[in-house]
Write a protein that binds this ligand. Structure first.
Ligand code: GLA
Length: 375
């Protein structure tokens, strides 16, 4: 759990806004909820290239005091800090990448005190074998520094990182291209690319559920909650109900939760979506089993996620355009007949006792997130 600079700031990052963000996460209650990584994404380094020693150089206009001072000040607030690079000559934003400099760069980041690396794949060869080699080279380089890094793989899922990400040293791997601030996929002509919407991300989470677990997570991409069309990421924003479905399903899927909005200026509804402890507990549950769909009918789905305390998290999702009744049948989620209690996690309220089934009205694009306790 943490925050990443990309969705809100893009290339327009600065040490002041990063530090202000860390302070806002500390003072807004987000930190106590578990958001602990502050990650600086692309475009932090000098675009003109490395210095005479071959070292990456922080852009002096964006980071006038250098990285060490910034990392130290964020550590002092009780956070871990992340940096970004790419497994080729250039990053997606056209800054120097780390291919061929893996050990040198890992050593530099370790000397600045970083704890996390997001490693992108722009400008790199498309085949899987090369991707495995390049990610393994960086995973090995990070390990050699002797400093603990969380290694976040970002090749967008095309080379099945869920099959080799762990061996390459990764703890999380992106499963899609960039998720936009949108329910549906959108084409961005200027970038010559599709942005993924929340709706299709839910299908990807279903397909890959079996590959995520403790030590290696399917990363559904950074959160767009709270952007409301204001970030540099495209999409234009979603309704509150859609943002809540987004958050619900990222939690059900055990995806890393990296906030993308401007936490210095959050509305109340955004704070509510990011800080509901009962919902976050589903994401952080120690069993770490990503949810799977157990029943689909029309545009509606029932998903199940076993929890460490023996209860179940259940999502009732309506992905269609009109409201619908969704029935949770005990048998669908592997529960025997007998008394059960359903708790609405967003409302933090017990809503029903039932034995065999429970029916609820679910609005278009809405998700009802329930915790079901038997006995
Ligand atoms: C890629 C990644 C994004 C972001 C940008 C930065 O598109 O998928 O998450 O890091 O690069 O340029």
């Amino acid at each position: 759990m943490g925050w990443n600079s990309w969705n809100m700031f893009g290339w327009n990052i600065h040490e002041d806004s990063i530090r202000e963000t860390a302070k806002a996460i500390a003072s807004s209650g987000l930190k106590e909820c578990g958001y602990q990584y502050i990650v600086i994404d692309d475009c932090w380094s000098r675009k003109s290239g490395r210095d005479g020693n071959g070292d990456l150089v922080p852009d002096p206009e964006k980071f006038p005091n250098g990285m060490k001072a910034l990392v130290d000040s964020i550590h002092d607030l009780g956070f871990k800090v992340g940096i970004y690079s790419d497994a080729a000559e250039l990053t997606c934003g056209g800054h120097p990448g780390s291919y061929g400099f893996e050990e040198q760069d890992a050593h530099l980041w370790a000397s600045w005190g970083f704890d996390f690396l997001k490693y992108d794949y722009c400008s790199a060869p498309a085949d899987q074998e090369t991707a495995i080699q390049r990610y393994t080279a960086m995973g090995t380089a990070l390990r050699k520094t002797g400093r603990e890094f969380l290694f976040s793989l970002c090749e967008w899922g095309g080379r099945s990182p869920h099959l080799w990400g762990r061996q390459a040293g990764g703890q999380m791997w992106r499963v899609s291209g960039d998720v936009f601030d949108s329910w549906i996929n959108i084409w961005v002509a200027a970038w010559n690319t599709y942005g993924f919407g929340i709706d299709v991300s839910i299908d990807i989470a279903a397909d890959l559920a079996e590959y995520g677990g403790p030590g290696g997570w399917n990363d559904l991409d950074m959160l767009v909650v709270g952007l409301k069309g204001r970030g540099q990421v495209h999409g234009g924003g979603m309704s509150f109900i859609e943002y809540r479905t987004h958050m619900s399903m990222w939690c059900m899927a055990c995806s890393p939760l990296m906030i993308g909005c401007d936490v210095r200026n959050m509305e109340k509804d955004t704070v509510a979506l990011l800080t509901n402890r009962e919902v976050l507990a589903i994401n952080q549950d120690t069993l770490g089993i990503p949810a799977r769909p157990v029943r689909r009918f029309g545009a509606c789905e029932v998903w199940k996620k076993p929890l460490a305390d023996g209860s179940l998290a259940v999502a009732l999702i309506n992905r269609g355009a009109s409201g619908s009744d969704i029935t949770l049948k005990a048998g669908d989620v592997g529960l025997l007949d007998g008394p059960k209690l359903a708790r609405d996690l967003w409302a933090q309220q017990d809503i029903a006792d039932f034995k065999t089934d429970l029916t609820r009205r679910v609005e278009p694009h809405e998700t009802l997130l329930l915790k079901i306790t038997s006995g």
